[in-house]
Write a protein that binds this ligand. Sequence first.
Ligand code: PMP
Length: 375
Amino acid sequence: MRLYWSPVELASRLARKGMRYNFASGAPDPGLLPIDELRRSFERVYEEYGKAIIAYPGAGGLRELRIELSRYVGRTLGINTNWRDIIITAGAQHAIKLLSQLLMRRRTTVYVEDPTFVETVAPMRFQGARLIGVPVDNEGMNTHELEKLIKKYGPGIVYAVPNCHNPTGVSLSMDRRKHLIEIAKEHGLIIIEDDPYTSLYPNTEPTLKSMSNDVIYVGTLSKVLGPGLRIGFVVVNGVLRNDLEKLEQHDFAASTLSQYLVYDMLRRGVANDVIKRARELYPRKLKELISALDEYLPNALMYRPHCGFYAFINTRVNAWELLRKSVRQGIVFVPGGRFFINRRLENTARLSIGSISIDLIKEGVKALSDIIMAT
Ligand code: PMP
């Protein structure tokens, strides 16, 4: 199947109808979105740059933004890079689509966490890539299993979300990080690290990119400044950097205006302020979700979430059927079956703490558990 609706999209359509308990959306907490600062930034870039803010964007992205981002990734993600090695994209999703077009053909072997984020592997599937699922546990992708799979299927690309995984919430342990980098060197694997959530939590594991410069790093401002800005980026060097820059000319998708706005918000420290508040709020929200699940749906959690927005649960009943019933009670979540590669467990769901207010989490989980118990 080359084209299909994402379950996140399908569930989000229901949420647009006004759900009280939105566990579906991967969007950030509305209380953290810097909408007034965005207005200020617009006024500033309008005054300072005039019509340049609606000119065509140059290949690779706005130089000023790339320079600000090189500082940002150094400060918040431990990645030391030259601004030229940062390519601006229209979000992480676009970055992964471009990387898929660049690196994947029919039957290209791509190792992914199983379960993985259904939306980012969609462009890989579209290219005809052969996705090989690597089991995930509380320490993230099982790199020993990965090694075995490489013996069977040969070298290829690894697509991973090592920190605050979507949809399981786990983070790759330090031992496995080192192991993954070792395996990649030994077998000549290309690693794509997709990393939207690290900056939102204090004390996260170091990014793979900060441990090995060979890693292709995909970042985004979606979870910090707002997903509708559509600004993400790739940190990559060498030939790949040049090719990605050329490929980016095919669509010039990252709007110049958005690039200026994000640039200004970065240089004024707006992103830093949001991050400070995020690091206080999201850990509390995730803790609230976990304790509500432990209380009302004991043993439902399939993985112990470490950071990020998500928890992945066993619903015991078919999750699409459960969703239909839940929606009537104002609850929405994303059924989990499509996140899997090797098998489709339809009795699973992804719950997100992104958008829902912290005060509603417990109540929402209780309401969900009542529906499950009655099914
Ligand atoms: N990758 C992962 C793992 C994500 O969770 C998300 C957002 N849900 C994305 C990529 C896409 O982010 P963006 O808005 O930057 O396209």
